[in-house]
Ligand binder design. Sequence first.
Ligand code: CU
Length: 222
Amino acid sequence: MPIDRRSLLASGALFPLIGLQTRLAHSAEQAAREKADYTLRIATGLAELAPEHIVSTTLYNSQFPGPLLRFKEGQRTVVDVYNDTDTPELVHWHGQIISSDVDGAAEERSPYVPPHDMRRISFAPKPAGFRFYHTHVAAGADLNRGTYTGQVGPVYIDPKNEPGAYDREVFLVLKECEPSFSRGGDMAMDFLAGEPIKELQAIGKRGRKGGLTQHLGFAAAR
Ligand SMILES: [Cu+2]
């Protein structure tokens, strides 16, 4: 059978593709074999806000707040995120300096975790300290989405060098709820220890001007 130049080119072009496919399949297999450090499952569940005040909302691993995740500064970590809801979700790593493909922020073009699907996220956490993870879905007027849900959890990134010397670790996650659950007025802020940090206040001010109110507001545990 005569082979013309065109079909030769076409078949030749197949080889690198086949090679690539094998490599991709291999790395996917490897990834599957590697156990994730943490698994987060986004699903509807019940949260008890106060005695006899139980609400149905979206949670991480059926709990509010989500589980405490501990990372080591600069040490690669693997998190599997399962989205058991009917809508796309984003897990944002609040306060960490990591690339946008894993940072979980739509405005930085992070990919969503599709409904009833999962994404494996891998990154080297930094800087050290106490941070949050939370949904970065813009709720708009939908009170069943985004930061109106129970999707928030604590992250502690152990410092690479100075481990610190504490007698006791306490992680607090605060969230404001529907006014009927509170005693009215703004949440008291004067119980927070230490002086305000001017540098952080300036970042907050800049963020609010740039339309990042929701994101930075969460630092104050809204
Ligand atoms: Cu945030």
